[in-house]
Write a protein that binds this ligand. Structure first.
Ligand code: AHR
Length: 503
């Protein structure tokens, strides 16, 4: 089987914003406690952060990191997490049926973010709180000094403002599981008032308004329209969230999850541009795809969920999905979908970062290791430079139960104008057949001197990395690459993700 790709660096989709390679740290399960923070761990630094985790996060190459939730944020009082630790209250976290100790809060997280060379993206609570608390945390975080709140931060050991630029106006406010969830009209009103108030403090803040918590929500589309009609001139982004898991044994549809992500993005872009037209506005709203991943949500709902009214554990093992080769291939295809829309998806957050549906796992007192999904993320973050290109891709198709006929191969290419390197990210969705991908790069106007490819695949598509076998699955060099007269060919193994760089 063959597929054919034509690349022309003159046809660009848009510049790739580094914020596309963001992630997400929520106070949930063992993401913060026993994840990034474990003061008793042999690798812990003077602040109690695991340096082995810091190193892996840096290797992963994440940019902006969304914090502190997620569903958690809708019950959160930010001021519980600042000041002397001994004075910080323990509180119920209703979202995850846990106890929050508040040992880590905004100041500590800002410090950790700097250690991983990340940018802090902060979500305010618009579920059970409102404009005043959003203004308070903004003043605490971003004002240099001279008021009670900013001076408190200074007294708490942080003389420099955290200078948080990106703020999420609540989380998944359309979802009945969300504390304080709301109708589109009510949320739009609150988000608009909050956005206007925050901009009275700093007109240059970048604000993300909540879109739907999934394209399958009954209010999807209408929610975006109503919310944007109220907030258009005061926000910069609308959020998208999407999680994928196989249904039964329908792996073909699971492997085609990127089709769903493409449609989702294009529907939100259409809705945002519809509101733009209604408003006769010159401004364009971008997408912050601030939660995306493979998530075996049914496992959480059916097995792991804590409901006992007498049981409120600290940092329980929740959402600790173990990712397979198959999951990594789907995950890589979701990154292809994000890159293909680089003109409008200018921020994205892999949900999440450590232990909770995460590319990095840890054991208390023990090692940290990379899940299979670590690799497509780190390789894409490292190699997708410059601009995303428009492609001409001819691929055979195959049938899927959910999406009908889909191309067997999906791909995106990037061009780095500085080095003139072309990078192709491709996925082979066939479970049985290898596909040879012929890449025509004649339009580059120069010969290709070298090309190399790395693939993720395995005879056992369910193979995963574990505490006992942390390196069971790693990317493999793909020796099938051939270069001749401006054309390159590479063989994509069945159920595989590949990155190829040509110079
Ligand atoms: O990432 C896990 C959860 O998924 C988040 O808390 C919530 O926003 C979403 O439903």
């Amino acid at each position: 089987i063959r597929a054919h790709l034509t690349i022309d660096p003159h046809f660009t989709v848009g510049a790739i914003n580094r914020r596309l390679f963001g992630s997400f740290v929520e106070h949930l399960g063992r993401c913060v406690y026993d994840g990034i923070y474990e003061p008793g761990h042999p690798s812990a630094d003077e602040e109690g952060f695991r340096t082995d985790v810091i190193e892996l996060v840096r290797e992963l190459g994440v940019s902006a990191i969304r914090y502190p939730g997620g569903n958690f944020v809708s019950g959160y009082r930010w001021e519980d997490g600042v000041g002397p630790r001994a004075d910080r209250p323990r509180r119920l976290d209703l979202a995850w049926h846990s106890t929050e100790t508040n040992e880590i809060g905004l100041d500590e997280f800002a410090s950790w973010t700097a250690k991983v060379d990340g940018e802090l993206m902060y979500a305010v609570n618009l579920g059970t709180r409102g404009v005043l608390e959003a203004l308070d945390v903004l003043e605490y975080a971003n004002l240099r000094s001279g008021t009670r709140l900013s001076d408190q931060r200074v007294a708490n050991g942080h003389p420099e403002p955290h200078d948080v630029r990106m703020w999420c106006l609540g989380n998944e406010m359309d979802g009945p599981w969300q504390l304080g969830y709301s109708t589109a009209e009510n949320y739009a009103q609150l988000a608009a008032t909050t956005a206007r108030a925050m901009r009275q403090f700093d007109p240059d803040l970048e604000l993300v308004v909540c879109g739907s918590s999934g394209a399958g929500m009954p209010t999807f589309g209408e929610w975006e329209r109503i919310v944007l009609e109220q907030t258009y001139e005061n926000v910069d982004y609308i959020s998208c969230h999407a999680y994928y898991e196989p249904e039964g044994d329908d792996l073909a549809s699971f492997l085609a999850s990127g089709v769903d992500m493409d449609r989702f993005i294009e529907a939100v872009v259409a809705t945002a541009d519809h509101v733009k037209a209604l408003k006769r506005s010159d401004k364009t709203i971008d997408i912050s795809f601030d939660e995306w991943n493979v998530w075996y949500q049914s496992r959480y709902n059916d097995v792991d969920k804590i409901t006992d009214v007498a049981d409120w554990p600290v940092a329980p093992r929740l959402l600790e999905d173990r990712y397979s080769v198959l999951d990594a291939v789907v995950f890589g295809s979701l990154m292809i979908s994000l890159l293909r829309h680089a003109d409008r998806v200018t921020s994205a957050s892999l949900a999440q970062l450590v232990n909770v549906i995460a590319p990095i796992m840890t054991e208390p007192g023990g090692p940290a290791w990379r899940q299979t999904t670590f690799y497509p993320f780190s390789l894409t973050a490292q190699l997708a430079r410059g601009v995303a290109l428009e492609l001409k891709l001819d691929s055979p198709t195959h049938e899927t139960a959910k999406f009908g006929a889909v191309p067997v191969v999906d791909a995106v290419a990037t061009h780095d104008p500085d080095s003139d390197a072309i990078t192709v990210f491709a996925v082979n969705r066939s479970l049985t057949d290898a596909v040879t991908l012929d890449i025509d790069a004649v339009a580059l106007g120069r010969g290709i001197s070298s090309a190399r490819a790395t693939s993720i695949f395995d005879e056992d598509i369910h193979a995963a990395n574990t505490l006992e076998h942390p390196d069971r699955v790693t990317p493999k060099s793909n020796a099938s690459v051939e270069v001749a007269d401006g054309s390159i060919s590479v063989t994509l193994p069945p159920c595989s993700w590949t990155v190829l760089t040509a110079e």
